[in-house]
Design a protein around this ligand. Structure first.
Ligand SMILES: Cc1ncc(COP(=O)(O)O)c(C=O)c1O
Length: 409
């Protein structure tokens, strides 16, 4: 019956995690998976989230949520993403709760595919490893726009040129902050140019905001989304609260769509159709936690302070790593470590160097060269530096140019 099924191809990031777990060495460091760890190497339980959990009444029966999710959560997300709860905006934005950021992308993709016979999307090369699969599974034709210049900046000219080949109505996938995997974000001036071109060509921006707060803070990080709305442009936004609330297993995400006030009721209806036939309604607990934090002034302030703490820790790791490596490798340009933002740094390490990191030093890095900065702490930074110095100093190869890694991994 099932003998013609294709062989399973492991997701490269999840497969790396399995290999790390199976490694019997005690001195090993996982810089592969995209999870924020604290100074003790643990996934933090935020105090604001713990307080919200204590406040939630454990005696409330577990009933089904509405298809579109918890009302208080949807309201709180709208405010966090758009920074605005005026009645006017409420009429133009539909937000539904989804199963993580991944669920938001998938529901958004299916929703768009249901309204377009030949859906097309252009995404950065490289981008998060799951983007292509999600949109292809929903029936999209996927193309890529170049993302990085050889000197490690956002490739605005390449992106604009690629947009000229897209038909009106095609979707542009954008990371509003902390681009995964490079950590390179467009400047505001570059965002302006991107949004101008998107409007001129009648393209549809789909923002994937999985790291709000990790680059410059929650409001600054949503700037491109808010600017898009300020200009009156339609857009979709997938939000994830896995990282910035440290609620990975709760699957808390949201999909927001900015449309015209005449369209929103229909948009909500069609989103409910997509959700109903896939998983009927979202999980309750994580969204209740996020809503309880965001809706309470004191918990909201506490969460913002904790988020700022995570952001500052990552900046500190970047600075320390840069200083330690620069002392050992004075001829290597390591400025990328300080310029990139968020959890990831694109190291430009070659495949051979990545293999050596793992086999000789027990340091696990994704095959694209993406390093999870948030996996480094005071206890392992010396080991990570030693390993990097060994593999970078051992070869006469220059650091690979980011554009050479063209596969969307
Ligand atoms: C860019 C990007 N989008 C979406 C996601 C998925 O988020 P979630 O774990 O909430 O489904 C991730 C997770 O790593 C991501 O990096």
């Amino acid at each position: 019956m099932f003998k013609n099924l294709p062989d399973y191809v492991e997701d490269p990031i999840l497969g790396l995690f399995d290999a790390y777990r199976a490694d019997s060495r005690t001195r090993k460091v996982n810089l592969g998976i995209g999870i924020y760890c604290d100074e003790d190497g643990r996934v933090p339980v935020l105090a604001s989230v713990r307080a919200a959990r204590e406040r939630l009444d454990g005696a409330v029966p577990s009933i089904y949520l509405p298809t579109e999710g918890l009302p208080a959560y949807r309201h709180a997300v709208r405010e966090l993403v758009f920074g605005d709860t005026t009645a006017d905006l409420q009429e133009r934005v539909v937000t539904i709760q989804t199963a993580g950021g991944t669920g938001a992308l998938r529901v958004g993709a299916e929703f768009l595919a249901s309204t377009n016979a030949q859906p097309r999307i252009s995404m950065p090369a490289p981008t998060w490893v799951n983007h292509q699969a999600i949109f292809q599974a929903a029936g999209f034709e996927v193309s890529h726009y170049p993302y990085c210049t050889p000197d490690g900046r956002f490739d605005i000219e390449g992106a604009l040129a690629a947009m000229r080949d897209l038909p009106a109505g095609a979707v542009m996938l954008l990371h509003p902050c902390c681009h995964n995997p490079t950590g390179i974000d467009p400047s505001r001036e570059q965002w302006e140019r991107l949004l101008d071109a998107i409007a001129q060509r009648a393209l549809l921006p789909f923002f994937d905001m999985a790291y709000q707060g990790f680059a410059e803070g929650p409001d600054d990080d949503a700037w491109a989304v808010r600017e898009c709305v300020r200009r009156g442009m339609p857009c979709l936004v997938a939000s994830s609260y896995s990282k910035n609330f440290s609620l990975y297993g709760e699957r808390v995400g949201a999909l927001s769509i900015h449309a015209s006030d005449l369209e929103t009721a229909k948009v909500l209806g069609q989103l409910k159709v997509v959700v109903r036939r896939s998983y009927s309604c979202p999980p309750a607990h994580g969204a209740a936690l996020v809503a309880a934090v965001l809706e309470d002034d004191a918990l909201n302030a506490q969460w913002r302070a904790e988020l700022e703490g995570m952001r500052q820790r990552m900046l500190g790791v970047r600075a320390s790593l840069h200083a330690l490596l620069a002392a050992e490798l004075p001829d290597v340009d390591l400025s990328f470590l300080l310029q990139q933002r968020g959890m990831f740094s694109y190291s430009g390490l070659s495949t051979a160097q990545i293999d050596q990191l793992r086999s000789r030093h027990g340091v696990y890095v994704v095959s694209s060269g993406r390093v999870c900065i948030a996996g480094i702490n005071a206890s392992n930074i010396a080991q990570v530096c030693e390993a990097l110095v060994d593999v970078m100093g051992r070869t006469s190869e220059p650091r690979e140019q980011i554009t050479r890694i063209s596969s969307p991994a």
